[in-house]
Design a protein around this ligand. Structure first.
Ligand code: C2E
Ligand code: MG
Ligand code: MG
Ligand code: MG
Length: 294
């Protein structure tokens, strides 16, 4: 499909999105149809260890290769999918596909495969019946160990909405699945989430990273969440790294993981395979200050 034909052009495809964000799939094109017609794609964005430069995790980000509208990003179709109540099917498709892709990386790359894949789930899916059961079934079908999967909880989910999911999330956690609060600081995700939910990781919203070098308060929030992660034992990822000096500041603040366009764009699985193959093996060698492998 297009991103592949363009070679390194996955970057351009992903960056085009802002300009065409108002573009929508036409009425009648449900995500359900897209799944049936095989038009959904998964892109992956690497999450790097700030100190070792290694790709520890990858986040699965869904795209719709639409026959008429081209490659669509979630901002262009998630709202419609929500109205059509197609989100549970979308999330199931993504999760199963992501687990299968990580199993394939294991086979192709052995110890150079990412440690985990992060999958975003919607509130609708989290509140749905049998969450733990179908997630664990998907893991069994794809042959992936549960501790290789991390589910990301959306910033839009407040605790009242997640109440229905707490038991299910505990069961997933007991089986080894990681639970990550997405976009921490930006939406409804509060510090209370950390005590009520079996959280194993948090992602600092990219708005704080974007402001941290010019705004003392943003910098303080990044530092706070980094410190908090260390003291309660959850791993912390800063999102939206777009420049080297942001990475350098994260290193000073001892934030362990980083993700962003500056480090690696979302791209199809096979693009990432090439990057991982040339990357350093797990945990070996430190990266010189201010640099990460691209
Ligand atoms: P998110 O989970 O917070 O994902 C991060 C978003 O930030 C992605 O946008 C990613 O491409 C973008 N991003 C990454 N690095 C940078 C950077 O350095 N600068 C900037 N400005 N942006 C960066 P994307 O792929 O368009 O996804 C948007 C949102 O849609 C996601 O936010 C997530 O909430 C949702 N989403 C994406 N894929 C899925 C999926 O498979 N299932 C579900 N349920 N939701 C998804
Ligand atoms: Mg996410
Ligand atoms: Mg996020
Ligand atoms: Mg987000």
């Amino acid at each position: 499909y297009r991103a592949k034909e363009a070679g390194g052009g996955a970057v351009r495809v992903a960056l085009d999105v802002g300009a065409g964000a108002e573009r929508r799939a036409g009425a009648g094109d449900g995500v359900r149809d897209a799944i049936e017609r095989g038009e959904l794609r998964l892109f992956y964005q690497p999450i790097f260890g700030v100190n070792d430069g290694r790709v520890w995790f990858v986040e699965a980000l869904v795209r719709w290769q639409h026959p008429r509208h081209g490659l669509l990003t979630p901002g262009q179709f998630l709202a419609d999918a929500r109205r059509a109540q197609h989100l549970p099917e979308l999330d199931r498709w993504v999760l199963e596909r992501a687990c299968a892709d990580l199993a394939a990386w294991d086979a192709a790359l052995d110890e150079r495969a990412p440690r985990c894949v992060n999958v975003n789930l919607t509130v609708e899916t989290l509140r749905g019946a049998g969450l733990a059961q179908w997630v664990l079934a998907a893991l069994r079908r794809t042959g992936l160990a549960p501790d290789r999967l991390r589910v990301e909880l959306p910033e839009s989910a407040d605790l009242a909405q997640l109440q229905a999911a707490v038991e299910q999330l505990r069961e997933l956690r007991e089986n080894g699945v990681g639970i990550v609060l997405d976009d921490m600081g930006a939406g409804s995700a509060t510090l209370r989430h950390l005590s009520v939910l079996p959280v194993t990781g948090v992602k600092i919203d990219r708005s704080f990273v974007a402001g941290m070098l010019d705004n003392r308060n943003d910098d303080a929030v990044v530092k706070l969440l980094g410190d908090l992660g260390r003291s309660v034992g959850v791993d912390v990822t800063a999102e939206g790294i777009e420049a080297d000096d942001q990475l350098e500041r994260l290193r000073q603040l001892r934030v362990p993981y980083a993700q962003g366009y500056h480090l690696g764009m979302p791209a199809p699985a096979d693009h990432l395979t090439a990057l991982l193959r040339t990357g350093r093996p797990r945990g070996v060698a430190r990266v010189p200050m201010g640099r990460l492998d691209r």
